[in-house]
Design a protein around this ligand. Structure first.
Ligand SMILES: CC(C)(COP(=O)(O)OP(=O)(O)OC[C@H]1O[C@@H](n2cnc3c(N)ncnc32)[C@H](O)[C@@H]1OP(=O)(O)O)[C@@H](O)C(=O)NCCC(=O)NCCS
Length: 174
């Protein structure tokens, strides 16, 4: 089996696997958006959305789009920035359960940060869900409590952000 990790833009043939991975990750949290909403995120910003392949199959994905700092897209709705912004919002990043804890999310994040810099973004934001705040803190994101409407992204959702100018050493790649 070819175990090389490949990260590239999302192709049409990736969508069935991406939607399945998203459902596996978020159904238990009541946060599943479904394929149409995920496609709308990618269509908003194809250059900052990626599929990770390992051993010839989809192992993870990341969907990021421009969005004003301090705001976030509504779940299941195709929200997009209405004015230019240098903040890139990482709406979703998922690694397949059987492939976790091997550094693949870090690898995907490094790829995303490189793309973000090359497109002149200066910050990356996200809404941490499902108890992942410690994961994002360890990657250099800082919390901004009170931004997310309680319950909108499930329990314990926290808006977090990172300056790309100081993030270079925070995502070591194994
Ligand atoms: C969060 C997620 C993306 C992490 O992916 P991963 O490939 O396992 O992450 P990595 O292997 O790159 O993790 C590296 C480090 O993060 C830690 N980590 C992983 N998941 C964590 C979590 N949920 N909470 C705290 N730390 C975590 C690992 O222990 C590891 O730390 P170490 O190097 O100090 O041992 C993955 O668990 C996932 O897809 N979860 C479901 C979807 C999700 O919640 N996405 C985030 C939405 S905001």
């Amino acid at each position: 089996m070819n175990d090389a990790v490949r990260i590239r833009g999302i192709a049409e043939r990736d969508w069935t696997a991406i939607a399945a991975l998203e459902a596996r990750a978020y159904t238990r949290l009541g946060l599943t958006e479904g394929q149409a909403a995920l496609r709308a995120r990618r269509d908003t910003s194809p250059d900052t959305c990626f599929a990770l392949h390992l051993g010839g199959r989809l192992g993870g994905y990341a969907l990021a789009l421009p969005y004003p700092h301090g705001a976030y897209p509504g779940l299941g709705r195709a929200g997009r920035a209405t004015a230019p912004t240098r903040n890139l919002h990482l709406h979703d990043l998922v690694i397949a359960p059987e492939l976790r804890r091997r550094g693949l999310a870090r690898k995907l994040l490094r790829h995303l940060f490189t793309a973000a810099r090359s497109h002149a973004y200066d910050h990356v934001s996200l809404v941490s869900v499902g108890g992942t705040e410690a994961f994002w803190s360890a990657r250099g994101f800082t919390p901004h409590p009170g931004v997310v409407t309680p319950g909108e992204y499930g329990a314990n959702a926290v808006y977090m952000s990172l300056s790309l100018e100081v993030s270079g050493v925070r995502v070591p790649c194994p």
